[in-house]
Structure formats: C-alpha cells, structure tokens
Design a protein around this ligand. Structure first.
Ligand code: ADP
Length: 323
C-alpha cells in the first residue's frame, strides 16, 4: 500500500512537471501556452490526491488495528492465565470440600438434633454448600468466558424451570418465601442446558434471598412465539436502587444494602449476563426499592450459533429500568 501511494505521488509529480514543461516549450516556440494540457495535469493531480488520501486513511486504520491487536496481547494472555488459575484453584478445592461435607454429615448423625454440636455441624454444612456454590459459579463463569461450552442442543425450558424450582424448594421454605411456577406449554430453545439452568437458578435464588419472610417469587413464561420466549421472574423483595441497576451485572458487584446483611458473592448475575450473551438473548430488569424486582430473559428459539468468546455483545442487549 505504501509503495502504491509513493508511486502515485511520483506519477502525479512527473505528469504535472511534463505538462508545465510542455506548456513552456509551446509558449517559447509558438508564442501561445497549451492551456488544455495544464488543465488536464491539474485534474490528474486532484484525482491522485484523492486516491492518496483514501490510501492514507486505509493504511491508518489497518495499522491501528494491528497495533491494538499487538498491544492487547499481553492483557489477553494475563486474563487467560488468571482464568486458568481460578479454574485450577476451584477444582482443587472441590474435593476437600466434598470430603468435609460427608464427614460433617456423618458426625451430625451421631449427635442428637437438639445438641449444640449438631447445630454447629448443620451450620458448617450450610457454609460448605455456600462455598461449593461459589466455586461452581466461578468454574462455570470461566467456562462460559473462555471455552466453547457450546454443546448446544434443543432444550425444553419448562423442564429446566421445573428442575430449578425443585432445587430451590428447600431454600424458599426455610426463608418463608413462596415459590411458584406458572404452567406453560413445552418451550424448546436452542442452547446449553446446564448453562440455562444455572442462569435461571441464580435469578430465582436471588429473588428468594432478597425477599423478606412472607414474600412471593413467581416464575412464568411470556411472549412465546416461534422466534423467541421470555422467562419472567418476579419477586416482592427489597428491590434494587436506581444507582445499582446499571452495575449489578458486573462481577463481584453487590449493592451496599445486600452486602451488609445477606449472603452472596456478587458473581451470580455476571454469570447470568455471560450465559444470556452466549445464547444471543436479552435481559431486562425492572425494580423499585421496597416493592420488588422483575427479571426478564428473552431467548431466541431458532437454531443460533453461540456468540464467539471474546466477541462484542452482538445480538445481545440488556436493558434495565426502574419505575
Ligand atoms: P450476590 O451473590 O450478591 O447475590 P449477584 O451477582 O447475584 O450477587 O447479584 C448482584 C447484586 O444485585 C446483589 O448483591 C443484590 O444487591 C442485587 N440483586 C440481584 N437480584 C436481586 C433481587 N431479586 N432483589 C434485590 N436485589 C437483587
């Protein structure tokens, strides 16, 4: 490209000079300048200037892209190293945690339920479950971010929702929050079952955790068409302040209020974000502090290719509003 630009310059220079020289010669021999030759030369120089400018713009863009690619390489490598590190730590921790869990369960069986040791062991078990869940979220977060987890297939979303509701029955019971699933026809989407289950799980779990005793969490489907389906999770919990709405999908972000007094890590929604993005879906949050929160995840129903890792959020939008 550089060579072409230089040659264009040379060509323009030569043409102009020879046109001027010719004109001078005509003027000296015939006493009249050749205006036509000069006009042609000026037009040619103008055209050449335009080509040269376009060439410079193209060159700058290409070089800019190459420079950005090269300068971001160390950052990409550092990020991928960080992910590998988190993955291996999480993997390593899972086995001793599983052993701890079994030992605590066995020990709890040997003490009477009202004994203080039994109560402590039960609390230990809850903490172990919590850490295991954090590790699972971290592992899945890394997989969604870095690897092609994309074993995509037709997934029955209703059965996913039923599984999640069953898994969370105990938690909702212990928190005194009612959990309902509105009946719906079978809804198939093209996606990754484990990832979709985790996304819906995280949203419903939040809805339960951020509700007060006596609260209600409802899961339903809306806007079912051939092209898409929307999963709606509605709670009447503490709600999300407007200033927090734009940040809740960031990894490790927790609103001040929830960080004070509720368990959590701030990973759940960032994982939901990545999963919805992977499925080329859309997520929307509507919330009012003290009144409640509604999360809506819209997923395309046709066969879609998963969003490439590292690509920008093409086909993915999130949208949050507060009344
Ligand atoms: P956490 O582990 O803190 O729940 P998440 O990423 O799942 O992390 O959520 C981020 C933050 O979003 C939470 O700390 C909480 O402030 C807010 N949040 C999420 N869901 C709800 C909800 N249903 N009601 C109120 N606040 C919520």
């Amino acid at each position: 490209m550089v060579v072409v630009i230089v040659q264009l310059f040379e060509f323009a220079q030569k043409t102009t000079l020879s046109a001027v020289a010719q004109s001078l010669q005509d003027l000296l021999t015939t006493g009249q300048a050749n205006d036509q030759a000069l006009t042609n030369a000026v037009e040619l120089v103008d055209a050449t200037k335009r080509y040269v400018l376009a060439g410079i713009v193209v060159l700058s863009v290409v070089f800019g892209m190459i420079a950005a690619h090269l300068s971001l390489r160390p950052l990409r490598e550092a990020l991928s190293m960080q992910r590998r590190f988190i993955s291996s730590v999480a993997h390593e921790l899972r086995t001793p945690l599983a052993v701890l869990r079994v030992e605590n369960e066995v020990a709890a069986l040997e003490v009477k339920p009202d004994h203080p040791v039994h109560i402590t062991l039960k609390q230990n078990l809850q903490e172990i479950d919590r850490i295991t869940e954090i590790l699972n979220n971290l592992l899945l977060f890394n997989r969604v971010k870095s690897v092609n987890i994309s074993a995509f297939e037709m997934v029955d979303l209703l059965s996913v929702a039923e599984t999640v509701v069953e898994r969370l029955r105990r938690l909702s019971g212990s928190k005194g929050v009612s959990l309902s699933l509105e009946s719906a026809p079978t809804v198939n989407v093209y996606g990754n079952r484990a990832a979709l289950e985790q996304a819906i799980f995280n949203i419903i779990k939040n809805a339960i955790v951020y509700s007060n005793r006596g609260g209600e969490v409802a899961l339903s489907f809306s806007e079912i068409s051939d092209r898409q389906v929307t999963v709606v999770v509605k709670d009447r919990g503490i709600g999300i302040a407007k200033k927090d709405l734009s940040r809740i999908f960031e990894p490790f972000y927790r609103s001040a209020r929830s960080a004070d007094n509720r368990e959590g890590t701030g990973i759940g929604l960032s994982l939901v974000y990545e999963i919805v993005k992977l499925h080329r879906g859309k997520i929307r949050v509507d919330s009012e502090p003290g009144v409640g929160t509604t999360f809506e995840i819209t997923l395309p129903r046709g066969v879609v290719s998963p969003v490439d890792k590292g690509s920008e959020s093409e086909g993915f939008t999130y949208d949050f509003t507060s009344q």
